[in-house]
Design a protein around this ligand. Structure first.
Ligand code: IPE
Ligand code: IPE
Ligand code: MG
Length: 242
């Protein structure tokens, strides 16, 4: 993995894994008198710059929440429009991310997604699978509860004995089995909730919420979030200094 660059030298410690709830696209558009899809386009196009910024800081794992299992409750026109934008942006960005050494992964379920988008996601993940500078996981059609249900089903199907099930076993059946837990979860758009994101993995993550809408979340905002993280004291239930 990449070592830290000069731009990150004065912020320490840095998280290994940052996860982002990219929220506020709709309100960003509304504020400009634009349709919600214009917000999704601006938000999706913002991803590249933010990935580059986290790469500059030497962050090894970045996970971004792009579409939740609950987002199907939105009007079909918004859902289909968003899927179209995602497909276009993945086509456009995959080679650029590949050149940057980013390994793109998908977390969530591909079942029920239109075949062309499934194909695009498989193509991009396959193209970048050997890259090691950063693992960028895209949580798409992802739900934390759904992930746990899937894990339980697979544990039962594998015939694992109840006495053999511990936290490591559960973790090893999650979509994120070979990715460390997130250290920092950033939520843009001002809400103070997880919205079914990484509910198991986030048990000891630090939370950072900002009112800035996702399309406006730029390098200065990344720096602010990482600086705040560096000043947190993580105790994991223990007494500090013991
Ligand atoms: C986040 O932006 C993107 C997705 C959930 C797909 P929103 O679309 O939720 O934007 P707001 O919260 O309505 O502003
Ligand atoms: C969370 O945002 C999901 C994503 C960012 C993909 P939502 O806008 O769907 O969350 P709620 O509905 O405000 O909880
Ligand atoms: Mg929202």
């Amino acid at each position: 993995m990449q070592t830290q660059t000069a731009s990150s030298a004065e912020i320490a410690p840095l998280p290994r894994h940052v996860a982002i709830i990219m929220d506020g696209n709709g309100r960003w558009a509304k504020r400009r008198g634009l349709p919600r899809l214009a917000g999704h386009r601006a938000g999706t196009e913002n991803i590249h710059a933010i990935v580059e910024c986290f790469l500059d800081f030497g962050i090894e794992y970045l996970t971004i929440y792009a579409f939740s299992t609950e987002n199907w409750l939105r009007p079909a026109e918004e859902v289909m429009g968003l899927f179209g934008i995602l497909e276009e942006v993945i086509h456009h960005e995959a080679y650029a991310l590949h050149r940057l050494g980013v390994q793109v992964r998908h977390v969530g379920r591909l079942e029920g997604i239109k075949p062309s988008l499934q194909e695009t996601i498989r193509w991009a993940t396959n193209l970048t699978k050997d890259n090691t500078r950063m693992v960028l996981s895209v949580a798409f059609n992802y739900g934390g509860r759904r992930e746990l249900v899937d894990a339980v089903r697979r544990i039962v199907a594998a015939g694992v004995l109840p006495a053999d099930i511990d936290e490591n076993v559960v973790g090893s059946y999650l979509y994120t089995c070979d990715i460390p837990d997130p250290d920092l979860i950033i939520r843009t758009g001002g809400e103070m909730r997880l919205s079914n994101f990484l509910i198991w993995q986030a048990a000891y993550a630090e939370y950072y919420a900002t009112p800035v809408f996702w399309p406006d979340f730029g390098p200065d905002e990344v720096r602010k979030a990482l600086l705040e993280y560096s000043q947190r004291q993580r105790r994991f239930g223990a007494v500090p200094g013991e």
